[in-house]
Design a protein around this ligand. Structure first.
Ligand code: ACO
Length: 429
């Protein structure tokens, strides 16, 4: 017999079904509770709420496990590359040789932007925040590809997916070139996904960019490590928007906006800002730790802590190693990396962090790699967005294809004034 939960409300007992996931995660299904009892559940910030069933990514935050479609992140990072990982995340299986070739070809076919879209960049001020440009440009894809509003055939979904994956990288690189006043660089046919991104970012007519395999690999790894992370803020946003049957482009553009915040994708930028500040002021590690512990300072160690990981972030481990490799290969010594390592060591030993289960997250080291590659600070979150694209698309697809699909519409506990007349309210004005 399947497990159930019992709840007593106003002296009356209700039996609730228990939903069990494939990794034995358990949840009490309260979807009928309000209809039966008049009660809703309250979970501010959704920290204990399963908002959906999903086949895409599994995380066990206590054990530090992250798997894409069942495959451990360390194995994906070691054996796959970004486009293949994207395919795995979106379609739930690794592509065979033919599928791989077809998908690569489709990405190449769609990597250019419509010429009119290119003109949009001129309308933004050069100092425009790249995440604002990215979100606006992805949303504007809805205007150029309106035949993909209603995606009911698999071919249409594949076309929309290829357009997004291919163009997000072009948009990012073009916006960077616009911001520094250099001519845009078009994608080159002979280059793979990550090579092409670096090429469009850094090649210039008077200064050809030479691709370094180690740097290309680090770039690809960054994309892979960010490719999905189950129901985080931006992915939940994409699902929420998609649940209203909004098209894929506009749903994903909303995800970009959600990612922008410094408690989410913006953290990688904040980490570097923090490390740079420590370096410039010459703060000792002890001073920094003391400041974090001082509640009045409101200072948080950026790149530390995670809503889900209460052991370690498996991505942080992989990225830390990659960081060392890239800096070694490029023959660079980065004082910020030294500060980061010292800070990590001090925090891991400190009871404040130990008690609160605060460990370095993926953002703690990703900024240092990006800095070594030459990516400017204000583009860090854009890199995260390019990487996260497969996860957003896969989650949108799940919502779109679900036979039980209904619009996402949480409830609330109203805490505002009780009924009053307009005249009463006027008197209080
Ligand atoms: N530095 C110092 N103290 C922290 C930190 C931190 N980075 N993170 C949490 N804490 C403390 C809080 O002050 C709180 O302490 P208290 O119990 O004494 O009040 C306790 O740990 C729990 O913190 P919450 O804010 O409840 O944890 P939550 O799960 O809501 O937050 C978050 C998770 C937002 C990631 C948080 O740890 C944080 O702000 N980290 C810094 C920003 C960051 O690195 N974000 C990237 C997340 S990963 C990603 O998006 C890819």
């Amino acid at each position: 017999m399947s497990e159930t939960a019992k709840i007593i409300l106003d002296g009356k007992e209700y039996e609730l079904p228990v939903v069990v996931g494939s990794e034995n995660e358990k949840a009490v299904d309260i979807s009928k509770l309000r209809a039966q009892s008049g009660y809703i559940t309250y979970d501010d910030g959704y920290g204990n709420t399963g908002s959906c069933k999903s086949d895409v990514t599994f995380i066990d935050g206590e054990k530090g496990i992250l798997r894409y479609r069942g495959i451990d992140i360390a194995e994906v990072a070691e054996k796959s590359h970004f486009l293949e990982t994207a395919y795995l995340i979106i379609w739930g299986k690794l592509p065979n040789e033919q599928e791989k070739e077809q998908f690569d070809e489709l990405i190449r076919r769609h990597e250019l932007l419509h010429e009119n879209m290119k003109h949009h960049f001129q309308g933004f001020p050069p100092q425009a925040a790249p995440m604002a440009v990215l979100s606006a440009m992805i949303n504007s894809m809805s205007c150029f590809h309106s035949h993909l509003y209603d995606i009911d055939e698999p071919e249409k979904f594949m076309e929309a997916t290829a357009k997004l994956l291919a163009k997000v990288r072009t948009i990012a690189a073009f916006s960077y070139k616009h911001s520094i006043g250099e001519p845009i660089v078009y994608p080159a046919r002979n280059l793979n996904y990550s090579e092409n991104f670096l090429h469009m970012m850094f090649d210039a007519p008077n200064h050809p960019y030479e691709l370094d395999p180690e740097v290309v690999r680090a770039m690809d790894l960054l994309f892979i490590l960010h490719a999905d992370h189950e129901q985080n803020c931006s992915t939940s946003t994409v699902r929420m928007v998609g649940s209203s049957e909004a098209n894929l482009f506009t749903s994903v553009a909303a995800g970009v906006s959600a990612l922008w915040g410094r408690l989410h994708g913006g953290a990688n930028q904040a980490v570097l800002g923090m490390l740079q500040g420590i370096h410039d002021r010459g703060d000792s590690i002890d001073t920094v730790i003391a400041k974090v512990k001082d509640k009045d300072s409101k200072f948080r160690l950026m790149g530390f802590g995670h809503r889900v990981y209460k052991n370690f972030d498996p991505r942080a481990k992989i990225i830390k190693e990659a960081c060392d490799k890239v800096l070694k290969k490029l023959g660079r010594k980065d004082p910020l990396l030294d500060i980061a390592k010292e800070l990590e060591q001090a925090a891991l030993k400190d009871s404040y962090f130990v008690e609160r289960k605060l460990y370095p997250n993926v953002d703690f080291y990703s900024g240092i790699i990006m800095r070594a590659i030459g990516i400017p600070l204000n583009m860090f979150t854009v890199i995260f967005a390019i990487g996260r694209m497969p996860g957003w698309i896969a989650n949108w697809k799940e919502v779109h294809e679900s036979p039980q699909a209904r619009i996402y519409r949480p409830r609330q506990i109203y805490t505002g004034p009780t009924q009053q007349s307009y005249d009463e309210a006027r008197k209080k004005a």
